[in-house]
Design a binder for this molecule. Sequence first.
Ligand SMILES: Nc1ncnc2c1ncn2[C@@H]1O[C@H](COP(=O)(O)OP(=O)(O)OP(=O)(O)O)[C@@H](O)[C@H]1O
Ligand SMILES: [Mg+2]
Length: 260
Amino acid sequence: MVTKLVLESVSKVYKDSSGHETTALQDIDLSIEEEEFVAIVGPSGCGKSTLLSIVAGLTDATAGSVYFDGVFDKRNPRIGVVFQEHALFPWRTVQTNVEFGLEQLGVPKRDRAQRALELIRKVGLQGFEKKYPHQLSGGMKQRVGIARALVIEPDLLLMDEPLSALDAQVRLIMQDELIALWETVRQKTLYVTHNIDEAVALADRVVVLSRRPGKIVRIIPIETPRPERKEHRHQVRLMEYAEEIWNTIRRDAEEAFMEG
Ligand SMILES: Nc1ncnc2c1ncn2[C@@H]1O[C@H](COP(=O)(O)OP(=O)(O)OP(=O)(O)O)[C@@H](O)[C@H]1O
Ligand SMILES: [Mg+2]
């Protein structure tokens, strides 16, 4: 059983070929519980993508550690990743794109097909199994990306601006779909977004990062139960959360401006 994800004093310094250093992240302490959805917001360049990339194991941290607390089996944690540019294989169909992660895990062909179909249905793309990415709308491509991440039954979901390439209307629809889908898997999630309303709509906690180097300025728990967030009676409270987050970011930006 894999339990929570723990980040302990994670820092990242990039060094270019001339030796110039950029501190992207500084002393990030964060733990994500089982069944918790955590959103990360912060100004452009504050290290959000770097953080996801470190957790995914694609980039090494310069200092600190990332671990899964309570790993009782030898299996590596399975991580499902969804990026902004859905990164689908253009030469594969919807079906075989979704099957990709299962292929990597060595799942036999018959099971692969069945599990992929199940997920394709879950994200509302039944009938599109044989289509190629260029035949799909942006929202549909992102549904394929989400299906591909979920089909492996991940221990952790990492999403980097997954809806930001979509127009505002489709984005709102996809937010609702994502909430519904997430409620069926309830797997720990790190979700990066620029959109504060989106963070408040989706997350259990919103982590606000400072401008570069990215540090955690504040963590705001969103107490309103997720399934009720569309209800009218909660709208004022949700707006207050968004305002609180926005004020935190603004104060940070103003300090940066004063410092020159
Ligand atoms: N491979 C790299 N080599 C050198 N510097 C990098 C590299 N990747 C990112 N950086 C720098 O690290 C900082 C953080 O970048 P990162 O992409 O993590 O920010 P971000 O918060 O995701 O930004 P955005 O909101 O624009 O997506 C930036 O200053 C960026 O220029
Ligand atoms: Mg980024």
